[in-house]
Design a protein around this ligand. Structure first.
Ligand code: ADP
Ligand code: ASP
Ligand code: MG
Length: 410
């Protein structure tokens, strides 16, 4: 008998009909002889609706109370699915994050999972019950309700699968797997039968929201077999695998993008030791994540310092940088939140030096200006104006022939 953890995202439980379809799928998995733990998201749109509701009271509501509010979305769906399973004469019980002892740290809105106790879950499973768990939520050492960040139900599912040593963690969503890029942006995107953890981690960290990055980290760390599938149509989906044969891997596996970037430049900073640290320490002190850092020395004893942050943090980061500007006697602060990051990802890139050239030529031919570039062994990211995002993704997808089935699947 296998133990399967199935996670269903917001669109998969978006209305009564969808919940009934999920109940049938869960029933079929159980009747095929498996133990099943189901992890659910809130109905699609529900978390956004509640965020907007809270903002009608306060632009920056208490983070503790936000988590109390947002976790109700998942509490609703677990009860409804459990009722739907009861209607099918299936023994099932719903449990909140707190009830399964999902222990997290105390950082509201982006809590990290510390530990999952399996005792409660195991007791129900041993009685042949299906356990329907609320994703996205946990409990802090201070006994507060916490949430795991947007898309966090993926991470709940993988953490539960890891703790229970499940045979597979299946992430059911509205696409039938991981594609070479977001099929909503490039309709010619191709579904991948498998992708390595390394590539999936890079894609997720560069903005591919089909899996929350922490879920991929967890799965890699605890060896959880992870699969992305559709709850709308049948198929094998995409397996996130360990297999990594760099010599045979396609040069580029996928294109990721992130619309949520904003860019800040502090110019005319004295070119001295500790300057970079002095610029970034107030930003990091405010818990703002910094990405794509570039420093350009101008040769006149001055330097320009540029970095990107999440759009939501743009105004706050800009205020902090204005203060740094005065303190360091720098020239000015400039910024834009109308930018996007486009990245090509592939473990086969490391021994193909022509990849960057093809990328830059392709963007150049489309008249797309590149503001900033960063590279690693398995990715190249560029910053472009937001209005060029779709064009950049589609032209790169074509240039790297991602729509064409490779001769040999890896
Ligand atoms: P859920 O609500 O089920 O968690 P998400 O909206 O979080 O679903 O993730 C699924 C969406 O991810 C898809 O609808 C798709 O538009 C988007 N997506 C972005 N990049 C990719 C990709 N490379 N492959 C598949 N889906 C992607
Ligand atoms: N409901 C949460 C969100 O919308 C968590 C999730 O769906 O994974 O982000
Ligand atoms: Mg999601």
């Amino acid at each position: 008998m296998a133990l399967i953890v199935q996670k269903y995202g917001g669109t998969s439980v978006g209305n009564v009909e969808r919940i009934k379809v999920v109940a049938q799928k869960v029933k079929a998995t159980k009747e095929a002889g498996n133990d099943v733990v189901v992890v659910l998201s809130a109905m699609s749109g529900e978390t956004n609706r509640m965020i907007a509701l809270a903002k009608q009271f306060n632009e920056h509501p208490s983070q503790r109370e936000m988590d109390v509010l947002l976790t109700t979305g998942e509490q609703t769906t677990i009860a409804l699915l459990t009722m739907a399973l009861h209607d099918l004469d299936i023994d099932a019980v719903s449990m909140t994050g707190d009830q399964i002892r999902m222990k997290t740290d105390g950082s509201h809105g982006k809590a990290r999972i510390l530990d999952v106790e399996t005792e409660n879950l195991q007791q129900h499973l041993q009685k042949g019950r299906i356990v329907v768990v609320a994703g996205f939520q946990g409990r802090s050492p201070e006994n507060n309700i916490t949430t795991l960040g947007r898309g966090g139900s993926d991470t709940s599912a993988v953490a539960i699968a890891a703790a229970l040593k499940a045979d597979e963690c299946q992430i059911y969503t509205d696409v039938d797997g991981v594609y070479t890029t977001d099929p909503r942006v490039e309709p010619n995107a191709r579904r991948l039968d498998s992708i390595t953890f390394e590539e999936m981690l890079e894609m997720a960290s560069l903005g591919t929201k089909v899996l929350q990055i922490r879920s991929v980290e967890f799965a890699g760390k605890y060896n959880v077999p992870l699969r992305v599938l559709s709850s709308f149509k049948d198929g094998g989906g995409t397996l996130i695998s360990y297999e990594e044969n760099k010599m045979e891997s396609p040069v580029i596996s996928g294109i990721a993008f992130n619309r949520d970037e904003a860019r800040l430049t502090l110019s005319g900073v004295p070119d001295q030791p500790t300057v970079a640290a002095q610029i970034l320490s107030p930003i990091c002190g405010a818990n703002i994540d910094v990405d794509m850092i570039v420093q350009n020395t101008l040769g006149d004893g001055k330097t320009d310092f540029t970095f990107t942050v999440h759009n939501d943090d743009y105004l706050h980061a800009k205020e902090l940088l204005e203060e740094v500007c005065v303190r360091l006697g720098a020239k000015s602060v400039q910024g834009s939140s109308d930018i996007a990051k486009v990245s090509i990802v592939g473990v086969g890139m490391w021994n193909h030096p022509g990849v960057a050239k093809t990328m830059f030529e392709t963007l150049g031919q489309e008249g797309i200006n590149i503001h900033q570039i960063t590279t690693s062994e398995i990715k190249i990211s560029v910053l472009v104006d937001s209005k060029y995002l779709e064009l950049a993704v589609r032209s790169l997808h074509k240039a790297f022939e991602l729509d064409v089935e490779p001769k040999e699947e890896k």
